[in-house]
Design a protein around this ligand. Structure first.
Ligand SMILES: Nc1ncnc2c1ncn2[C@@H]1O[C@H](COP(=O)(O)OP(=O)(O)O)[C@@H](O)[C@H]1O
Ligand SMILES: [Mg+2]
Length: 213
């Protein structure tokens, strides 16, 4: 199998870029892939998450390397890059051309939605190269996530069917260096399932891109 390269990028901080990175890498490694997470964000949230995991004796199932100077092991099948926040348009454009897929996480606030629309348009991203992921989506009875999903679809922009719901158990996960899949409780289990479905969708998207190359 050739190595797939996926990057997650957002113009706003705090949208869940690192939480998605850690959880999707965990889900992909659970599916048997050799996954490496390259942390290229200067705030190093993914790196510190992995350090807390190690300190507490939890095995994430994948390795986190320095995204700038780290060496990618030769047996790596999926290289996931947690990118520097707020990339300039040129960087975003070249990322989208060089990666198999760029994931653009977007929260439900108007400011985040506008920033996502703008960066796609200004960086002239091609619809085969990226996919929008709704993150930190308020749970039912809120309809914001569903409405926003429809809004992106109506605008003809590629958006994942899976979205990531806002779940307070992320605070404990982050603090302990665990993933939701390694935690007990209904919320954590539901969150882990959501990330696993997202991992499947990501695999489909990169494999489809590979066939059409
Ligand atoms: N789905 C979620 N539900 C609740 N809190 C979340 C979720 N995703 C991330 N968070 C929390 O939001 C904050 C920002 O997330 P983080 O992944 O560090 O964002 P980014 O990498 O985009 O800056 C963190 O405190 C994290 O624990
Ligand atoms: Mg981060």
């Amino acid at each position: 199998m050739r190595r797939f390269q996926v990057a997650i990028a957002s113009s706003k901080g705090g949208v869940g870029k690192s939480a998605v990175s850690i959880h999707v890498c965990y889900a992909l490694s659970q599916k048997g892939f050799k996954v490496v997470l390259a942390d290229a964000d200067s705030n190093q949230s993914s790196t510190y998450w992995a350090e807390r995991a190690e300190k507490n004796g939890h095995d994430l199932g994948f390795t986190v390397i320095d995204g700038i100077n780290g060496d990618v092991p030769s047996d790596c099948e999926i290289l996931w890059i947690d990118t520097q926040g707020n990339p300039d348009l040129e960087e975003l454009g070249s990322l989208s051309r060089n990666m198999d897929l760029v994931i653009l996480p977007c929260g439900v606030d108007a400011g985040e939605v506008t920033a996502t629309f703008l960066s796609i348009r200004k960086a002239e991203l091609q619809s085969d190269d990226y996919k929008i992921l709704l993150t930190r989506v308020p749970p039912k009875p809120s309809r914001r996530g569903k409405m926003l999903h429809e809004q992106f679809q109506e605008a003809g922009l590629p958006v994942f069917n899976s979205s990531v719901q806002y779940r307070i158990c992320h605070v404990d996960a982050n603090e302990s260096g665990l993933t939701l899949g390694q935690m007990k409780g209904r919320a954590a289990t539901a969150g882990a399932k959501e990330y696993a479905r997202l991992a499947d969708e990501i695999l489909k998207a990169v494999e489809k891109g590979d066939e059409s190359r």
